[in-house]
Design a protein around this ligand. Sequence first.
Ligand SMILES: N[C@@H](CCC(=O)N[C@@H](CS)C(=O)NCC(=O)O)C(=O)O
Length: 209
Amino acid sequence: MLTLWGRNNSSNVMKVTWLLGELDLPHTRIDAGLAFGRTGTPEYRAMNPLGVVPSLEDDDYTLFESNVICRYLCNAYAPKSGLLPQEAKGRARVEAWMDFQQTAISPVMGTVFQGLVRIAPEKRNWEAIHAGIARGNQVWGLLDARLATMFHVALNDFTLADIVWGVHVHRWLNLDIPGRAETPNLSAWYKRLLDHPAYVTHVASIPMT
Ligand SMILES: N[C@@H](CCC(=O)N[C@@H](CS)C(=O)NCC(=O)O)C(=O)O
């Protein structure tokens, strides 16, 4: 029995809700994080040392880190789905783009999204937001260049790399971001993601709050 802990408007939780939807895996989701709380208890901290979301329970086995949870679900429940190739080179390519998402775009999107959405206008640190947008233009620009010749992020097929970047591209392209650069290939890929019903349900239709 799979239980996912985390509010559905967290980008890191969305990776997992979207994947669960793609794989049509039965599960329960428990709201946790921000206003829902629940992440400070010793029981939660035993699953997730920093008290962030998401966390996954698979019967008595627990896991934290969104990208690792996605890989676990593919390995355990859908090894032949192609979302995480079994062949070494394809798999490493997907994992590299997943790690790149965590290290390069997560911090940027944290600054830009929190700054523009969760912080009141009078309290915004515009210097940090503009620096985040400048870095975002660089990193999203790299992905835009890649998508000029690739149908998807890591491989030409849809993989976990599309899921972990895809939760962020919806925000990047739809927020009112001053100075956002034009990225036609990124926009075309975003439109392809919108063909996935699970993306629309678990990412694109969740209010940006
Ligand atoms: N590297 C972690 C980061 C998790 C993280 O920072 N989650 C955010 C939401 S996107 C969080 O828990 N924020 C505090 C909260 O919601 O209470 C992962 O990928 O799972």
